[in-house]
Design a protein around this ligand. Structure first.
Ligand SMILES: Nc1ncnc2c1ncn2[C@@H]1O[C@H](COP(=O)(O)OP(=O)(O)OP(=O)(O)O)[C@@H](O)[C@H]1O
Ligand SMILES: [Mg+2]
Length: 281
């Protein structure tokens, strides 16, 4: 297969850090810029992204409203008896999904589960861009680096960073290209606590050691939960509807746009049509 689509994987071995929410917002953001987007849910058991999109399709049917939506595929865990057969089947399904979407998409967004699985590891090794949302906690930081808990020295990469590094090596050997790893803080509270400051400082240090860029993150906002229930994203909300947007919604939408700017889609795929790009700006 000649690979032409740019693959963006959302990963973090920590559950509930915001992978599916961010994956959905990135998919819709890229669609609204005029790019063709496909999505793959590797967490089919929980199926958050799949359910999010189902709610979107229900919304479209109910309201007869056009909303840009990705071509979507969900990959189930294999039920084969032996581990080698399971892995063979899962790898075949992922390759088929990537191949199919590769022909019709500029970007393929892959959402992974919050645990270390064979499929998740494999998907990481295909990531042209890897986005890792993390919460402001030492538990989340601990997956990226070993940190001395008394003097906050960064001692070395830890479990997730090592896995990403292995995926990078595998990718380089397969197609000769690198991986752009972006870590973003999610559910950041406006309080400038000592904890927040320590975590921000540590992330700066770890980024050099582990080889990632830091993206401006998303704040803690109830609107994400409300939007999930409707199948909508912040990028679907319109100023002229429902009495206008709240300040919090406008800020949140800007945060999503900032993430998409950080991904630099134009470097991967060139500019989308100028009219679409203007709408997003
Ligand atoms: N910035 C945010 N503010 C408030 N709530 C958020 C934010 N980001 C995500 N959430 C909520 O946190 C919960 C977990 O988010 P999400 O499902 O995206 O995480 P995940 O990393 O995909 O989880 P899992 O590892 O279980 O797949 C959801 O209820 C979601 O609505
Ligand atoms: Mg998820």
């Amino acid at each position: 297969m000649k690979k032409t689509a740019h693959i963006i994987v959302f990963g973090n071995e920590k559950g509930g850090s915001g992978k599916s929410t961010t994956a959905m917002h990135t998919a819709i953001g890229l669609l609204r810029l005029g790019y063709r987007v496909g999505t793959i849910d590797l967490d089919a058991r929980q199926g958050t992204l799949t359910r999010y999109l189902k709610k979107r399709f229900d919304y479209i049917t109910r309201n007869h409203e056009h909303l840009p939506s990705p071509a979507h595929m969900a990959i189930e865990r294999s039920m084969q008896e032996s581990v080698s057969n399971q892995q063979f089947e899962e790898e075949s399904f992922l390759m088929m999904a990537l191949d199919e979407l590769n022909h019709v998409c500029d970007f393929i967004i892959v959402d992974t589960p919050g645990t270390d699985t064979f499929l998740s590891r494999l998907a990481h090794s295909f990531a042209d861009t890897l986005i890792t949302p993390m919460n402001d906690s030492f538990i989340d930081l601990d997956l990226l680096a070993d940190i001395h808990m008394k003097n906050y020295d960064v001692l070395g990469p830890s479990i997730y960073s090592k896995m990403v590094n292995e995926a990078r090596v595998k990718k380089k050997m397969r197609d000769g290209s690198g991986m752009d790893w972006i870590v973003m803080r999610n559910r950041v509270t406006p309080l400038n606590t000592n904890n927040n400051k320590i975590i921000a400082g540590l992330l700066d240090q770890i980024s050099e050691l582990a080889g990632f860029r830091l993206a401006p993150g998303f704040g803690e906002r109830v609107v994400f939960k409300e939007l999930f229930l409707k199948g909508l994203t912040l990028l679907d909300l319109k100023e002229e509807q429902d009495g206008g947007l709240t300040m919090s919604q406008i800020t949140a939408r800007q945060e999503v746009r900032n993430l998409i700017v950080t991904i630099k889609p134009e470097l991967a795929k060139g500019y989308a049509t100028p009219t679409d790009a203007k709408k997003q700006a």
